[in-house]
Write a protein that binds this ligand. Structure first.
Ligand SMILES: *Cc1c(COP(=O)(O)O)cnc(C)c1O
Length: 369
């Protein structure tokens, strides 16, 4: 097959200078053990499919009409779930879209945005897309995030908590410190994995701080803890003024980011509290058993609060392990980046997937010793 030669003559300079994000691969083979993109191993609540089917069948006329532009039912369900006002909740087409609107709404200023040097790799992509300077702040030696390292002028700070790919959790006290010390910057906490965090203090979501700090914004997603990566729904929580900026930005770009099926399915997911609690606890338990099994194989495993673990094989040759696993149809994520290239990010899977992974790693170890 001859390769298509792309002609960029008619492209804007903006289009020519983009550097798009590369998502983790989605290979289509049978019998693949896919532990590379942090999807939930469990299906979504059965109520989700029922709600979507209802839109498709009972109200046959529904898809002819535009969806609710401001997704009121879904936002109301989220507001009730978190005990917030409706005007403190925003939803979008995946949290990636919500984050794009956040960058455009709050970070397009003279001052740079700050983010950890090791974190979600979409942040530098958005900064580049919008022409925003992003200053990367180095993680501490133990991969933790220290608020003291962020003491410099900025338009905002964006931190994934728990962080990816480390899985480490920042305390609410540290988030409070950031919000206090940067009162004229927007502090964005990306809580894609927060539902998997488990500490003695109970809930560690920064949503509990948004009534206290008018410069704090929290994003979350249905893709991980709610098993709905394919539906594309994400959300933001903040005081009404920050949410209004996001709403205006959305309506200057796409008034209908969530279709009717997504609104119905996501709302049903929020209302099925029991299923949510059950599956997220199962993922947490599976993470703990995976951590123990990897530790028994001499892996160094960071204490994860997410639905993945970040683990270093004894000899540090993570790249070789990733290739050997791939030959057996087991896909994990390896980042060829300084400081983290000796680690693998392994998504929490089902008990059967863990068995397959651990027996492959056990065989590998037997071969190398
Ligand atoms: C998965 C992930 C997202 C993206 O979530 P979507 O809602 O699927 O777009 C955002 N931030 C982090 C840190 C993630 O890991």
């Amino acid at each position: 097959m001859s390769e298509l030669k792309i002609d960029t003559r008619l492209w804007s300079s903006k289009a020519r200078n983009l550097s798009p994000y590369t998502p983790g691969e989605q290979p289509q083979h049978d019998n693949l053990c896919k532990l590379n993109t942090n999807e939930n191993p469990f299906p979504p609540s059965p109520k989700v499919g029922q709600a979507i089917a209802k839109v498709l069948t009972k109200q046959a006329d529904d898809l002819r009409l535009y969806p609710a532009p401001e997704s009121e039912d879904l936002r109301k369900a989220l507001a009730d779930f978190y005990d917030l006002d409706l005007n403190q909740v925003f939803v979008g087409n995946g949290s990636d879209e919500v984050l794009a609107l956040v960058f455009a709404s709050f970070f397009l200023k003279e001052r740079p945005v700050l983010a950890p040097d090791i974190s979600y790799s979409f942040y530098p992509v958005y900064a580049h897309t919008f022409g925003i300077e992003l200053v990367q702040i180095a993680l501490e030696a133990d991969f933790s995030i220290s608020p003291d390292a962020y003491r410099q002028p900025c338009s905002g700070i964006i931190i994934a908590n728990p962080n990816a790919p480390t899985g480490l959790l920042m305390s609410l006290a540290d988030i409070r410190k950031l919000a206090n010390e940067h009162s004229n910057a927007v502090i964005v906490i990306d809580e894609a994995y927060i539902d998997f965090a488990q500490t003695e203090e109970g809930s560690v979501s920064a949503i509990s701080l948004i009534n206290e700090f008018d410069n704090l914004l929290v994003t979350q997603t249905f893709s991980k803890s709610r098993s709905l990566a394919g539906l594309r729904v994400g959300m933001a929580f903040a005081n009404a003024s920050l949410i209004e900026a996001l709403t205006r930005m959305k309506n200057s770009f796409n008034s209908y980011p969530l279709d009717k099926l997504a609104q119905a399915g996501a709302t049903a997911s929020v209302l099925d509290v029991e299923y949510f609690e059950q599956t997220r606890q199962q993922v947490i338990d599976l993470r703990e058993s995976l951590t123990a099994e990897l530790t028994a194989l001499d892996y160094q495993v960071l204490p994860s609060h997410a639905n993945f673990v970040f683990a270093r094989p004894n000899d540090g040759d993570a790249s070789a392990v990733a290739s050997a696993l791939r030959e057996q149809g087991i896909i994990v994520r390896h980042f060829d980046k300084p400081r983290i290239n000796e680690y693998l990010r392994i998504t929490v899977g089902t008990a059967e997937q863990h068995e397959r992974l651990i027996s492959a790693l056990t065989a590998l170890r037997a071969m190398s010793t």
